[in-house]
Design a protein around this ligand. Sequence first.
Ligand code: AHR
Length: 308
Amino acid sequence: PGCTYTKYGAPKVDLKGATVGFSQSEATSNPFRATETKSITDEAKRLGIKLIQRNANANVAQQNTDIQGMIAQGAKVLIVAPENSDGLAPALNQAKAKKIPVLTIDRTVQGSACSDYIGFIGSDFTGQAKIAADDLATAIGKKGEVAVLQGTSGNNVAQERTKGFNDQVKAQYPDVKIVASQTANFDQATGQKVAAQILQSNPNIKGIYAQNDTMALGAIQAIRGAGKKPGTDIKVVAIDGIRQAVQNVASGIMYSDIETNPRFGPLAFKALQDFYGSGNGVSAKVIIKDQHFTKDNAAQALKEGRVY
Ligand code: AHR
């Protein structure tokens, strides 16, 4: 049985009449973020629910201010895409004290479900990392040096994508050596800079695993900058499934891409309806389904409009 408003100790809210607040963590220059925001906005509109929203542009302090601002503006329910897994305590404690339910999407927050937040919807990040490890190992013939561009530190996504990859390489590919693993903040320019440094100190690298696509795009620039050819000299595997990356997979510039599905709108509002309904309530964790783009299916996926 899931979490309901009675279990959570929240007043009953009629979603149609209430204001729902959405807190986006990062800039919508990342297509993952743009698509996620659009999905939430579109579904609220479709259901006739009043939505207010803020974007914290990757600043945790700003996200606390954003959430508190929406509470002050009258939000009775919150959907939060957290920048950080433990830095939002000030805002979330305030929501809890006011019995305002918080649903988190795409990253988790510390605390317990149905007490500090109502539930979480997102990808299987460890599973994504395992597929990335299998793909990158295969791409380099299960032998050679690889590097990892990690996401922003302080959140479960980067942690699980790091651990899942390391564990899989260790368990399955004894001849694959992770020679560098550094954060590049889920950001393209940082990805390029960090990848350039790594390539300079490790000239034998055969593969790069980028924990999101924007960093992969930066890594591709760095590979070219180092006078090498992405897809031939150095294989790149990444996560998210943004259009430009899937096009790179189709054309052989990247080896593969694992989707992070940002289409949370229908699932998030369904979860809120279950929370206020008489049914089973909201699950502590809902895993969204992701696609796996390879050379064999990338062009088809683009053609069928399955790529954001
Ligand atoms: O939390 C999901 C991750 O955050 C996405 O993979 C990345 O692109 C985003 O910044």
